[in-house]
Design a protein around this ligand. Structure first.
Ligand SMILES: NC(=O)c1ccc[n+]([C@@H]2O[C@H](COP(=O)([O-])OP(=O)(O)OC[C@H]3O[C@@H](n4cnc5c(N)ncnc54)[C@H](O)[C@@H]3O)[C@@H](O)[C@H]2O)c1
Length: 396
């Protein structure tokens, strides 16, 4: 199938992600079938879409008269049969439960035309396993939007073990038609690209805090005002939600073992209900809004720790042929708002400097989190230490 053949998209799950994905598709002219389990949930989703479209109109990004036209392209329904029979493409955004997703995919497979491509917005589950719940695993891929889909420019496109080239290509092309930048994750690995880099960054900061070596505000001040990242690490953790980080942490531990061993602090906070922004408290008190990160503490934390674990994980992604440095950098810039990607930063700082930092941290904490990736060691031993040497992750 060519991307031009796609006229109608089905979105399954009208929650935080699904309603936004439906809106993005409708704004680009696609007819959309939006499925959820009750009319009440669907009505709430339609109200949210209307609210968001009005905001777009207020900001003059769409014409006021377009609001109703776009809304008119979306058909909410509790029946797969009604909206799937003439659809060409599906994005599933139901809760992160493997059995539920498999059931939904079996149902989509049964009700959608033979040519249709089925994708999942899962953050952590196996695309391959979900695809095998259908009779068309070659037409199943991951299409991982970022929150909120209406505003975030990145889509990670994930190739399952059975996904064929044509499917992958259509998902990439559709992502572009939706106005997004697709980055291909060539293997069905847990965490894909962005979460794979983010988790060790959280791990490093959490362990340092857990061991009483740093204060939350010190880390966040350095990350925000020295490294220039849009949010502090603890601030971002609160924003994402400690429950989500806990769940993703479990998946990563299962996939990568001791290297992804979660800091006990996370489970402790989840048990205490300190889930972050949505609970009013996490690492910070959110009851009066966004926390103020003090500027004056910016020298109190070594930001190279963060860059070292990020570069190390990037090296694992390159070594395992999951993604190229350029894609990793694009994903982190668009998915998390980093001003430069981890590979660009590593080349600038020096791979030798970051490798030494990892070795120092590994010796100090004896945590697998800091064990250097063999590829990083290889680059440094070849003299590929980054920009200054003319070769690092990139060639200069
Ligand atoms: N929230 C995020 O930041 C984020 C970001 C990227 C990816 N994701 C992934 O997107 C997916 C959805 O996450 P969310 O945050 O939107 O969840 P959510 O709980 O807000 O929404 C899920 C929706 O699915 C509906 N649902 C439940 N069972 C269903 C069924 N059988 N058929 C149809 N709909 C059903 C629920 O009623 C709910 O409206 C998950 O796989 C999650 O991992 C989430």
């Amino acid at each position: 199938m060519a991307v031009e053949q796609i006229k109608k998209v089905v979105v399954v799950g009208a929650g935080a992600m699904g309603h936004g994905i439906a809106q993005v598709c409708a704004m680009k002219g696609y007819e959309v079938g939006l499925i959820d389990i009750s009319d009440e949930i669907l009505q709430k989703a339609m109200d949210k879409i209307k609210w968001s479209l009005n905001k777009f109109a207020e900001k003059r990004r769409i014409k006021p008269e377009d609001v109703d036209v776009i809304l008119g392209r979306i058909t909410p329904s509790t029946s797969y049969e009604d909206v799937c029979k003439d659809a060409d493409f599906a994005v599933e955004a139901a809760p992160e439960k493997i059995d539920l997703k498999k059931k939904i995919f079996a149902k989509l497979d049964e009700t959608m035309p033979e040519h249709a491509i089925l994708t999942t917005n899962t953050s952590s589950l196996s695309i391959t396993e979900i695809g095998r719940a259908t009779r068309r695993p070659e037409k199943v891929a991951g299409m991982h939007f970022f929150n909120p889909p209406q505003l975030m420019p990145l889509i990670e496109v994930i190739r399952g073990e059975d996904t064929n080239d044509e499917t992958l290509n259509v998902v990439v092309e559709l992502s572009k038609k939706l106005g997004k930048t697709p980055v291909v994750c060539r293997k069905d690995v847990r965490g894909f690209i962005v979460n794979r880099i983010l988790m060790p960054i959280f791990g490093d900061a959490f362990w340092a805090y857990y061991k009483g070596e740093v204060k939350i505000e010190e880390v966040d001040s350095a990350i925000k005002y020295k490294a220039g990242l849009p949010m502090g690490i603890f601030e971002l953790a609160d924003y994402i939600g400690l429950d989500i980080i806990h769940d993703v942490g479990k998946v990563m531990y299962e996939a990568y073992g001791e290297r992804a061993s979660p800091c006990p602090l996370v489970e402790q906070m989840v048990k205490e209900g300190r889930l972050g922004q949505k609970a009013g408290r996490g690492f910070y008190d959110w009851s009066k809004g966004r926390p103020r990160i003090p500027f004056e503490l910016l020298e109190e934390y070594d930001v190279n720790r963060t860059y070292a674990v990020a570069a190390n994980e990037a090296a694992f992604l390159v070594q395992d042929d999951v993604a190229d440095p350029k894609d990793i950098d694009t994903a982190m810039k668009l998915g998390t708002g980093w001003p430069s990607g981890p590979c660009e930063m590593a080349d600038k700082i020096g791979l030798d400097v970051l490798l030494n930092k990892l070795k120092e941290l590994h010796a100090k904490y004896n945590l697998e989190l800091y064990r250097p990736c063999p590829l990083l060691e290889e680059y440094v031993s070849k003299g590929w230490t980054g920009k200054k040497a003319g070769r690092g992750f990139y060639q200069y």
